[in-house]
Design a protein around this ligand. Structure first.
Ligand code: ADP
Ligand code: MG
Ligand code: ZN
Length: 481
């Protein structure tokens, strides 16, 4: 097989989290309601109905543009994109074409070799969602609750070079949308949908090859698999001396392959023209500056701060910033821990370790747990000061999650205070050694693993409360031949 380079560009749609739809007052909650109940003359396209743009949706779009380092245009124009489909009652979608709200941005991703890489954002524009079709065996049902939901489209330049980079880009974008609080960006629920464009070119060439667009990608896994499959397919075609045809493909999860859907449409096919029923949008620069000032600290900045200020490893930091609630929780716990002279690294260890395990086991969100940052910091202090053992710490954490009670209370009630008292442990160790002469002989004959076995016995006898350091030195001393 000849050596090819893959070129990938992504188009992502995300539903915005507004209360009402893009051009009417209907509720934008597409999930809760009975089908076809959040509808009105505007989103059903009854004759004579007129759209009014949702200010909050414009604001959220500008915020996304700012977070993606875009230029925000002072004038944006809604245009009609004409095509026919049963889920599009007007026969056109109101979108933006030659004058989008945001252009020329960039984001950074971590490419597989670990380097930071800049992906250019071509545009971010605002449009309306279509209704949702349910394809049954003999007929198709349409739910218009989704018709007219505000949708943003984010388009990259063809800067991605592998399926893994595409996945990284999407995960980063999802994190940004969630940090901004503008979208749930949940791919499984269709709140974030993506189309991947991919072409190949001979390694070393700088011309772009013919691209194929792949739709129907419902998860990060699907994106990666579909791109890998499509790259392979195109390479085989090129090797066989064929040309890649510019088509739109769908990803079939069941068959694990891309399936041709239709010949690629050109923008002429949509007969775009400015929407006559809406004024052009005038975006005041002062308003943009207000929105810029209100941007939250973004995940990449936060990650760097965690590394620089708190001494975390880049990997640890990236795990913590992945979810803004987790990052906030870490910051607050760290503040509470500093008062107790516990370094942030230890806090990070706890959160990414036992704490995440607990969240996973309960399949919950961090906000569902009843553990306050101060309570977690206190628990960490108890373990760090060796007032309780690490294994008792886990027990206490679980009970804190279940009951919301403070760690000190649980420790007292369950008598989990660590035994480091020499005299007490001396007696326990002495008794064990006396009761197991054979094991003592084996150890003295050179089998050192027996020491671990004795250690286990002491822990068992003390229900995990013995101070391991003290026990170890007692055992070594007493087992000496
Ligand atoms: P279209 O008009 O067919 O939608 P665009 O130029 O608008 O094409 O680009 C759509 C997406 O495809 C963008 O994300 C862009 O980066 C990407 N893209 C454009 N050309 C190529 C190419 N040759 N190979 C891979 N991706 C491409
Ligand atoms: Mg396109
Ligand atoms: Zn409506």
């Amino acid at each position: 097989m000849a050596d090819y380079q893959a070129i990938i560009g992504m188009e992502v749609h995300a539903q915005l989290l507004t209360r009402s739809k893009m051009f009417c007052g209907c509720s934008a909650d597409a999930f809760g309601a009975q089908p076809n109940t959040n509808v009105c003359p505007v989103c059903l396209a009854l004759p004579g109905a007129l759209p009014v743009a949702n200010r909050r949706a414009v604001e959220q779009t500008v915020t996304v543009g700012l977070a993606l380092n875009c230029q925000i245009n002072e004038t944006a124009v809604f245009s009609r994109k004409n095509y026919f489909y049963p889920d599009l009652p007007k026969g056109y979608q109101i979108s933006m074409y030659d004058f989008p709200l945001c252009q020329h941005g960039w984001v950074e991703i971590e490419s597989p070799d670990g380097a930071q890489k800049r992906i250019r954002i071509r545009r971010v524009h605002l449009e309306e969602d279509t209704a949702k079709s349910y394809h049954m065996v003999e007929r198709t049902l349409v739910d218009f609750n989704r018709a007219g939901l505000p949708l943003i489209e984010i388009v990259t330049e063809p800067d991605l070079r592998s399926p893994e980079e595409a996945r990284q880009y999407l995960m980063g974008l999802r994190t940004v949308l969630r940090y901004l609080g503008v979208s749930s960006a949940d791919m499984e629920k269709g709140a974030m949908r993506c189309e991947a464009n991919v072409s190949l070119r001979p390694a070393g060439s700088d011309e772009l090859g013919t691209k194929v667009e792949v739709k129907n990608l419902n998860s990060f896994r699907a994106v990666k698999q579909a791109l890998a499959y499509e790259i392979e397919r195109q390479a085989e075609a090129l090797d066989a001396g064929q040309r890649v045809r510019q088509v739109t493909m769908g990803w079939s999860e069941a068959r694990g392959q891309t399936v041709e859907q239709r010949a690629k449409e050109e923008s002429e096919d949509y007969r775009y023209f400015p929407e006559p029923d809406l004024p052009r949008l005038q975006v005041a620069p002062a308003w943009v500056e207000e929105l810029r000032a209100a941007l939250p600290e973004m995940p990449d900045v936060l990650q760097k701060r965690f590394v620089a200020e708190y001494g975390l490893s880049p990997l640890e930091a990236s795990v913590l910033v992945d979810d803004r609630n987790v990052a906030d929780y870490f910051i607050r716990t760290t503040e509470a821990a500093v008062e107790r002279a516990i370094p942030p690294r230890i806090v990070a260890n706890w959160i990414t370790g036992d704490f995440f395990r607990l969240l996973k086991a309960r399949d919950g969100e961090i906000s569902d747990l009843q553990i306050t940052p101060a309570a977690l910091a206190e628990l960490i202090r108890l373990v760090e000061r060796q007032e309780i053992t690490a294994s008792s710490g886990k027990t206490v954490l679980e009970e804190m999650a279940a009951t919301g009670r403070p760690p000190g209370e649980i420790v007292r009630e369950r008598r989990l205070g660590q035994i480091s008292d020499q005299e007490v442990l001396d007696q326990i160790v002495g008794e064990l050694i006396a009761a197991h002469p054979e094991e003592v002989a084996t150890y003295r004959a050179g089998k050192e693993t027996v020491l671990q076995w004795f250690m286990g016995q002491v822990m068992r006898a003390t229900r995990g409360k013995a101070d391991p350091q003290v026990v170890l030195s007692l055992l070594e001393e007493k087992l000496k031949p």
